[in-house]
Design a protein around this ligand. Structure first.
Ligand code: HEC
Length: 259
């Protein structure tokens, strides 16, 4: 018996018998639109996307986002704000119908309806028309949404004094370069009198500003240690004048190093 004779070969259904060249489908019912999605159209999309991406990256490199100062949990006057593109959602929560007992409306139902509607738009509005006046409901809803977002963002932003806010929340410059001599006799005095507020490295704490980068003489610092300043209470320093001299010399020497 010859090998192979009388045997049946079974084809793989995943491989088509004829190889088809990459010809766009017949779009003749859409005049003027005869472009293949892959790769022609996708390549154009990708090109436009790359231009935007590179543009955005250059912008973020040229203008890094401004940072506020270090977070301070003891500052009860600080009002945290979302970034500008979320201000409209934040503003919505100030209205009576979307806050208090109706807070679920404000955080869930209204944004959920708006964004859910956007998601479902292709399924809800299936008309073939491509011009705005052929889909009045979809276009009307979109314009309403757009107008609300712009109005709410404007309302929210116009009630904030941005210059004053930036001034009050300036970043604290890093003070890592300064080497603090913990063997200095002044450091032990600092440790027992000032450290709880001004921090272990004089770098400031939740309750007090840093003591590095201040422009004050030893006499001024001594006066502050005895009498306080602003929100710093008086009599923080308990000890002799001799010790106070060591303490202020130490703080001044750290600052001379920093400048
Ligand atoms: C109870 C917390 C507390 C302690 C303890 C404390 N301070 Fe202060 N200190 C503050 C606060 C708060 C300020 C900011 C005052 C303001 O500007 O209103 C301040 C400010 C200062 C300033 C002015 C800083 C500047 O920017 O010019 C100096 C100097 C100073 N403290 C020195 C000391 C010294 C020295 C000691 C230790 C003897 C000490 N402080 C202990 C809370 C404290």
């Amino acid at each position: 018996m010859h090998k192979g004779k009388g045997m049946k070969f079974v084809g793989d259904s995943r491989i088509s018998a004829e190889r088809k060249p990459n010809i766009p489908k017949d779009y003749s019912e859409y005049p003027g639109r005869t472009e293949a999605f892959w790769p022609n159209f996708l390549l154009k999309e990708w090109l436009a996307g790359s231009v935007f991406l590179v543009g955005f990256m250059s912008l973020t490199l040229a203008h890094p986002s401004p940072l506020e100062g270090m977070a301070d949990p003891t500052n009860a006057g600080y009002i945290p704000l979302p970034d500008w593109y979320f201000l409209f959602l934040y503003e919505l929560l100030k209205y009576d119908f979307a806050s208090g007992p109706f807070i679920l409306l404000g955080i869930l139902v209204i944004p959920g309806l708006a964004f859910g509607g956007l998601l479902l738009a292709p399924f809800l509005d299936k008309g073939p028309g491509r011009r705005p006046h052929q889909r009045p409901i979809a276009v009307g809803m979109m314009l309403l949404g757009l107008a609300s977002v712009i109005w709410l963002t404007y309302e929210s932003a116009s009630h904030v004094d941005w210059a004053q806010r930036a001034e009050a929340n300036k970043p604290i410059p890093p003070s890592e370069e300064v080497e603090i001599d913990k063997q200095d006799p002044g450091y032990a005095i600092y440790e027992s009198n000032c450290m709880t507020c001004h921090g272990g490295d004089l770098s400031g704490g939740a309750a007090a500003p840093p003591l590095i980068g201040i422009d004050r003489s030893a006499e001024e610092i001594a006066k502050i240690a005895r009498e306080g300043i602003g929100t710093m209470p008086a009599d923080q320093f308990k000890g002799s004048d001799e010790e106070l001299k060591k303490l202020t010399d130490f703080i001044v020497s750290v600052n001379e190093q920093a400048n």
